[in-house]
Design a protein around this ligand. Sequence first.
Ligand SMILES: [Zn+2]
Ligand SMILES: [Zn+2]
Length: 171
Amino acid sequence: MRRASLFNHSKHPGGICNPPRDPRDLYTPRFVKGKGRSKIGLCPICIESPLRGGRGQKLWLSTKFSAFNYHMQFAHGVSATTGRPFSPPLSYRTSNRRHALKLERSEILEGRCHKCKKWVPVESIKDCEVKVKELFWWKHAATCHQGSQVPGDDDFYEQDDVFRCLEELGL
Ligand SMILES: [Zn+2]
Ligand SMILES: [Zn+2]
């Protein structure tokens, strides 16, 4: 009864089912269309309601080329390797930039990476607003982390009915 009710309010988005690695995999498209070079996948996050952290939008992206991968990693911060969000920096610091040019920041925010232990700039050196604030960190994480996460960094799911249902099912 309870399980069926989870899917009552969501319409079939089209395409064919594509099984994820596990139910908590935030990366793998649950629905795909087309074959080979024209294969596209539905972003599993954008399709969710805003209440569940999504945008209520059907976003189909090429899986053969990098559009799907780019969107998941750099619009949502979800690792292609793990299907989980990239771990955040261990800590932050602000560093002075000695030779800042005009229109550049004189100080820059850096985050410490758990994997390479380096301090990585987490914002642009240009002093401007950006659309996705975490982009710099996610770009670093995508090449550096290789599936590694900060131990204990696993608290990224909404504790809602869907989550509780999965827990009950032991998934
Ligand atoms: Zn999306
Ligand atoms: Zn690193």
